[in-house]
Design a protein around this ligand. Structure first.
Ligand SMILES: [Zn+2]
Length: 184
């Protein structure tokens, strides 16, 4: 079972509410990881089996007829599903307001894999674009498959899939929007 290590959270009511928000988001993220992995496997066996997944794979990864990007996606969604069933430790740090951008929800330290959650994360919804579960999945793609942040946001991530599809297959937001689009 995944162990969550909380760093820098207060022991008061606010800290408890933040941990509850994280626990709920992680539980949902885990179900999304399973759902997308299963959808990928079904779609890989029969491309006509899941029109919704096929449309999202096309939108976020320009995946039609491309074996290279298909392998990257397969690896990512499988590793994500396995991650939530693993006995690894997830280090989550409370970061207050980001000094880079007050709207930032989270960031990952590439060396340690530690994820910092900023104040806006605790206002994020459990469904839809830029959700709390989707944000955690975004950060975990950095840790699990060394994804990058070539583009942020839906518009730029769609453009990336059209213009530089192999970069899209390594871009954290493209994975986040696949999970959010398919599951919520
Ligand atoms: Zn990122």
């Amino acid at each position: 079972m995944l162990t969550v290590n909380f760093l820098g959270f207060s022991e008061d009511q606010k800290g408890r509410e933040q941990k509850n928000h994280i626990a709920e988001a992680l539980k949902i993220a885990s179900t999304w990881a399973d759902k997308v992995n299963t959808a990928y496997l079904n779609w890989n066996l029969n491309a006509n089996s899941d029109a919704k997944f096929a449309a999202l794979a096309e939108q976020w990864f320009d995946l039609k007829n491309d074996q290279g990007r298909r392998k990257i996606l397969a690896s990512m969604v499988r590793r994500m599903a396995v991650y939530f069933q693993s006995d690894r430790t997830l280090n989550l740090r409370y970061g207050g307001i980001s000094s880079d951008d007050p709207d930032d929800l989270a960031e990952t330290a590439f060396q340690s894999g530690e994820i910092t959650l900023f104040a806006p994360f605790f206002d994020a919804e459990m469904t839809g674009t830029d959700s709390a579960p989707g944000t955690l999945l975004h950060e975990l793609t950095h840790q699990i498959q060394n994804t990058e942040d070539f583009a942020y946001g839906t518009d730029d991530s769609i453009d990336l899939a059209l213009d530089e599809p192999f970069d899209a297959a390594r871009n954290a937001d493209n994975f986040e929007y696949l999970y959010e689009g398919y599951c919520s």
